[in-house]
Design a protein around this ligand. Structure first.
Ligand SMILES: NC(=O)c1ccc[n+]([C@@H]2O[C@H](COP(=O)([O-])OP(=O)(O)OC[C@H]3O[C@@H](n4cnc5c(N)ncnc54)[C@H](OP(=O)(O)O)[C@@H]3O)[C@@H](O)[C@H]2O)c1
Length: 280
């Protein structure tokens, strides 16, 4: 089976992708920005470029994403695409985000276009907002106050379970049938955050509610948490798109690629309920 390097292998999507590819018999290499601790770890830092010149040696396929925290994602992705091509990679699956192709000047779109013109065999995955944000980025408000604090009003999102994104990536890296195609990945229904809070409340037995906040309140919290100002601005920009309704669209890509429906928010909340066990 193909040698496949997963960038972000210890992260939300990447760790599930490693599990699925290993189960399918791939020879999986795990990229990490930390010192390697096993023979299959490959140390590479997309932000500094350290390790990039060696990272793809002997690798046939790559799953590529940018770690969160960077507003100019093309500065990380384009050198990685170039290094992959230079070192003989055949196929690269790039994960960006739903809406990335709405603006040709957007950093993620620049990286997508660079891949399209690279000569590599490619797929582009554009997932909508992850369900897993409720057990990662937005968890502090839930644990400390029983609240999802976001500046999105009553807008709806067709949240996707990150495990389904990984399953799609694993399928694309295991077959050439869908080469050179792009997919917007969503869950099957769009929900507002009152509905999300109701699902989390039912799964946990806790009273979890949504509270709409002003964007500047969120910006203050993000900066206090140590996020770079440009990345906080990027998050507020895309949350503005959410509020404007751009995250509401659903696609049938997960169903058509996997032959099954996307996981529901109820399934996600059940599977991750331990994450909110200490909520007030
Ligand atoms: N959250 C959402 O709702 C959403 C929606 C659409 C798209 N996305 C996209 O999803 C991506 C994030 O995916 P994810 O949530 O699976 O990631 P994640 O869980 O944050 O994991 C990213 C991994 O990248 C590694 N990493 C950190 N800094 C690095 C560096 N400088 N160089 C190389 N690796 C580094 C880290 O592992 P080590 O510590 O081992 O290095 C980390 O586990 C972003 O590009 C985001 O735009 C997110």
């Amino acid at each position: 089976m193909a040698k496949t390097l997963v960038i972000g292998a210890n992260g939300t999507v990447g760790s599930e992708l490693v599990r699925l590819l290993t189960g399918r018999g791939h020879d999986v290499f795990k990229a990490t920005s930390r010192p390697a601790t096993s023979a299959n770890d490959v140390q590479v830092n997309l932000a500094s470029g350290a390790g990039l010149a060696q990272a793809f040696k002997g690798v046939e396929q790559v799953f590529l994403l940018t770690p969160p925290g960077f507003a100019k994602q093309d500065d990380l992705l384009i050198p990685a695409i170039d290094a992959a091509r230079a070192q003989g990679v055949k196929k690269l699956v790039l994960m960006t985000a739903m809406g990335a192709n709405a603006d040709e000047a957007a950093p993620l779109r620049r990286a997508e276009v660079h891949l399209l013109r690279s000569g590599l065999t490619w797929n582009i995955l554009r997932p909508n907002w992850f369900m897993q944000n409720f057990n990662t980025f937005w968890i502090q408000g839930i644990l400390e106050h029983g609240k999802i604090f976001l500046p999105v009003g009553t807008a709806k999102g067709s949240f996707i379970d990150a495990r389904d994104i990984a399953a799609v990536a694993a399928q694309l890296l295991s077959s050439d049938a869908l080469n050179n195609q792009e997919f917007d990945l969503t869950g099957s229904v769009a929900l507002d955050h009152d509905a999300v809070a109701a699902v989390l409340s039912k799964a946990t037995g806790k009273a979890i509610a949504f509270q709409d906040i002003a964007p500047e309140v969120l910006r203050g919290g993000l900066l206090q948490a140590g996020l770079p100002a440009d990345y906080a601005a990027f998050l507020l920009l895309i949350l503005g798109y959410f509020k404007a309704g751009y995250a509401e669209r659903t696609t049938d890509a997960v169903q058509s690629i996997l032959g099954r429906a996307p996981r529901t928010l109820e399934q996600y909340a059940h599977d991750y309920r331990a994450a909110w066990a200490s909520a007030k």
